[in-house]
Design a protein around this ligand. Structure first.
Ligand SMILES: [Zn+2]
Ligand SMILES: [Zn+2]
Length: 158
């Protein structure tokens, strides 16, 4: 193990960025970390160079979640473990990264311009969503089984 959370991840990457949480314990679901590590393995095997997965947002306390306009009861809020990570990989588009997450399985996936949201909660009931400006389009209303198909339909919709 290299990182202090898992092979490739460190606690500081998942820490809530607010001042109050500076000394709070970072808690991340081991299932989520396992799936993120699987994503790195798939990416490394497909492009033969190691590309780090950059964590844009891991844990968030209730206050921080409200401050940035996250969902109430977001999977980013540790209860007791954080179950979500917003991630990006340099040189890989959000949809491509999303398809890697889909391959791993057992992840809910939100596609955005900045990267993707991943979490290990059960589909409730959407498996996927797309952040389109301020709007969120959910897969359950369109196509809930294939991310590629869902994304194509959303993008065609303009
Ligand atoms: Zn905080
Ligand atoms: Zn997120």
């Amino acid at each position: 193990m290299l990182g202090n959370l898992s092979t490739n991840f460190w606690k500081w990457e998942f820490r809530c960025p607010c001042k109050k949480c500076a000394h709070k314990k970072v808690r991340v679901s081991s299932l989520l970390l396992f799936k993120l590590e699987m994503m790195i393995t798939i990416i490394d095997n497909s492009i033969e160079v190691h590309k780090p997965v950059i964590v844009l947002s891991g844990n968030r306390c209730e206050e921080e979640n409200r401050r940035i306009g996250g969902f109430p009861n977001s999977a980013h809020i540790p209860k007791p473990d954080g179950e979500a990570a917003d991630i990006k990989v340099k040189g890989i588009s959000s949809i491509k990264l999303g398809l890697v997450a889909e391959k791993v399985g057992g992840l809910r996936i939100g596609i955005a311009k900045w990267g993707i949201h991943t979490d290990v909660r059960l589909p409730s009931p959407s498996k996927f969503w797309v952040y389109k400006g301020k709007k969120i389009i959910y897969s359950v209303d369109i196509e809930n089984e294939s991310l590629a198909k869902f994304y194509e339909i959303v993008m065609k919709g303009g």
